[in-house]
Structures are given as C-alpha cells and as structure tokens.
Design a protein around this ligand. Sequence first.
Ligand code: ATP
Ligand code: MG
Length: 510
Amino acid sequence: MPARPPERTAADLLTTFGAAPHQTPRQPPTSAKRGRVNRPTAPLRGHARPGHGWSPVLAPLPVYQASTREIGGLFPLLVASPMPAVGARIGYDVQSGGAFYCHPVEWVLRNGLATNPNIAMFGEPGRGKSSTVVAFALRMLNFGVRTLISGDVKGEYTPVVRALGATPIELGAGNHARVNALDLGPLTARWDTWTVRRQRDELSSVLGRWVQLLAALAESQRHPPSVSDEAALAAVLRRLVGASDGYTRLRPITIPDVHRELASPDPQLWRDLRYESRHDFLHQLRPMTDALANLISGALAGMFDAPTTVAIDWDAPVQSMDLSRLRSRGDTAVAVALTCLGAWSSLATGLRDDGDIRIVVRDECWRQLRLGPRAVAAIDAELRLSRLEKIIQILVLHKLSDLYSVGATGSQAVAIAKDLIALCSTRVLFGQSTRVADDLADALALTGPEHQRLTGPVNERRGRALWKTENHPAHLVQTVLSSFEKRLFDTNAQLRPTAGRGGGVGRSRG
Ligand SMILES: Nc1ncnc2c1ncn2[C@@H]1O[C@H](COP(=O)(O)OP(=O)(O)OP(=O)(O)O)[C@@H](O)[C@H]1O
Ligand SMILES: [Mg+2]
C-alpha cells in the first residue's frame, strides 16, 4: 500500500496558490507536557495580567501575510457588509448571513451610499412589499421616526395603526370624515408669524401645488389641461385665497369655489386673463370647468370638496388614511383620492415644525400613476422635496411598466415617470417574472449576477428582495417578520378558512 502523502500546512497551500507567504517564526511550545495539543494554555478567564487574555491555542500564533487573491482562496466565505449597522434591522443578508439594516437618511450622510433617502419597491403581488414597509416603519420607531401612510387602499395598515394606540383616518361610505383637497392646513396658523417675504414664498409654493392637483384631477376626467387652463386656475386660486388683496388673511377654499368662479366669472377675472369677452372665457374654459363639475358630483362627491373634518395626528407613531371603503367606487375614484390625499398630506407634512424625520408611504401608488402625466408630476415634486423636508418617501409599485403606462412611448410623461426611479436612490426588488425582471435589470443597470439573482434566489421565499442603492452592489436580503408583525399584517387572512377552529387570524377592522 503506497504511503499517504504528508498533510499540507496552510503555508504549503498558500504557496501553491501564489507567492510564498511571509511567516513569523513560531516559538516551540514551552510546555513540559508536549504531545497534547488541546491542553489549555491559560485559565478560562485568562491570566490576570495586562495583555494576557484568554487564549484557546498556543501563543504566539503563527501569522501569515498574503495578498487578498490567496486569502480569498483560503477563507472563501468571509464577506464584510459595506452597509452600516444603523437604523431598522430588516433581516439578514442571504449571502453573508449578517444582519441587514436600513436607514436611508444615514445612507445619504455616510459615505454617499445614497444621494437621496427615497425608496422604490417593485414586486409581484403577495411578495411581501407592504410587510417589509411595516417592518421598516415599526423598527424605525426606535429612532423616533414616525410614519404616515398616505392612502391605504386595502385598509391593511389599519390594524397596525390601532395596535399602536392611534386611530386611522377612514374615508368613504358610511364615514363622515372629509378632507378638503385645497386645505390650507397649518399655513393659516403660521401665517401671522411669518414675514411678508416668507408669506409670499409659502403661498406661491402652495398655489403651485394646487394648480398641479387640479390639473391632475381634470386629467382624470379625460381633460388634459392646457397652459391657458392652468393660468386661469392659478388666477382663480389667488383671488379666492385672498392673495390678491395684500396678504391680509387667507380664506379657506374648496373645489366647488373654484368651479363657481370659472362657471360665473366676474368681469375683472376674464379681463385680467386677456379673454375678449365673458363668452370667450366660458367657451375656452368649458372643458376645465366641466371636469371640476364631474369631480364634485361624481363618485367622490362630498369627500374632497368640503372643509376638512379630520386632523393628522403628528404624535401617532404610525398614522394612515384608510381608503378601503372607497374601493367599490372604482379605480379612478381611488386614484383621485390618492392624488388628493397626497397633496393634502404633503402640505401638512412639509409645514410641520418638529424637525423630525418622517416616513411617507405611498403604497399602491401605481394606481395614482395611471391617472396621467400630472399625477406623475405631483409625485415627482414630492420626491424632489424629500431631503429638504426630512422625509423618507417610499413608493410601492408592481413593475416598471407601471411607470410607462402614463403616456405614449417617448412622451414627456414617460420621461418624468422614468425619472421617478432616479429620485429613489434605494430600490428594493422583490420577486418578478422573467420578462419584468429583464426590464428592471435594463432600467436599473443591474450587473449580470444581480440580474440572475432577481430571476432566481429572490423568488425562493416571501419577503426576499434585492436591495440596491444606486451604483453600489446589491444585497440579497430576507425580511424577517416577528410573530407579532405576522399576526398584525396578515394580508392573506381573508384567503384562510375562517369557519371552526382551523380558521386563520382574521384581521379585525374594528
Ligand atoms: N418576510 C416575510 N416572512 C413571512 N411572511 C411574509 C413575509 N413577507 C410577507 N409575508 C406574508 O405574505 C403575505 C403577503 O405580503 P404583502 O401583503 O406584504 O405582499 P405585497 O407584496 O404587499 O402584495 P400586494 O402587491 O398585493 O400588496 C402576507 O400574509 C404576509 O404576512
Ligand atoms: Mg401590498
């Protein structure tokens, strides 16, 4: 029988793969009892002398020096995560096994891991997007970061809000809550404390948002507003709010007020806007006026066109606006509601003065994008303000084509929609079909291995996603939900049999 070759040492192995490693000479063991190698050389807690800690092997240790090329061969599983361990602990990095944390604001501040704190999530239905949002929001509470769910179409977040002791704002059938889409919000209370210059700046920013909002709403009624329509809207809004009377006091206005001004203009208005006659004004602006009339009398009548009766509770850890009762009124109604709420909550969020970081979640925002280019422009404007207003905006979408459904290929609307991705430094990519994954890989410039993970390992479990921040390598992360979170946010509850004891956890809406 041939003799067994002698075992190779680490030094031999390294020499095989590259240059001979430099090794510090190892001192022969001084112990009298040679032969045994597993004998402790120190008491359990080490020698009670400086520099003599616990030592499981003979000291001094052999030290090798080699380049990372060879060391990579020797310790193939060692990977350090470049993401800082700060913020919400989401779960674990599937490849390294290390914990994965997310704090988008810190990512902006540290090492330029991201350029803005916004997050875009993509994934097929049921992959765990909303669950990851809940986990993130709950865990960011430890850092004093509170969350606003700007339109919860399915009412999924309601149990979470209630479990935290807050009351969600519920809009829709059988509920008397009203939100004025043109609410002045905290602006009225602060008005007197501001300088004239600040008043002018704040007001023009609010008027600009309102024009965008009304234009988006008109577009939802299949009337794309022209530049002249927008000019008329701006003039009407300024007059109604009292901005043209020397900024004394702001008057509250509603959409029916705007409609009334357009439907029966006073001579000063049409002259100021350079129309030839009252008839000319009415004729030119008829489509815009009718679009607003449809909103007032349509499926959302009374909901966004009357004075606000609810207030955002800024002290609530998580606050949401539940739109689940609106679903029966159709997709357009839901999309219009999301747009109105987005405008209302962004005004309120932008003007709060606590200086805290806030998370604003736009779940199911693909519904809003379908309203048209103006709705996209409204979201675009919010995303651009996030750093200034200390807001982490989270957009939840299904697929990339949600962004392209806003207009014809190559149109300006599609260009703005594509820009939305650029305004979200962090992209969280959940499981997708191969075709959608190909689109995403293309648009987000994923590398080959990242693309492969998107069609493979990402699909292995719910809550698994590729987290990618701009030009940094992606991390395959598994969101880990606690049993409490799973119970609280079980969006599959309605699919489980409820009869008998075998029934699942039913979500209570009460
Ligand atoms: N990380 C996870 N671990 C275990 N279960 C999960 C995880 N993520 C999600 N789930 C479960 O999967 C189900 C669907 O999750 P979720 O509602 O978050 O999906 P979604 O992607 O938001 O779907 P949709 O696009 O329809 O809103 C829920 O019942 C949730 O409890
Ligand atoms: Mg969801």
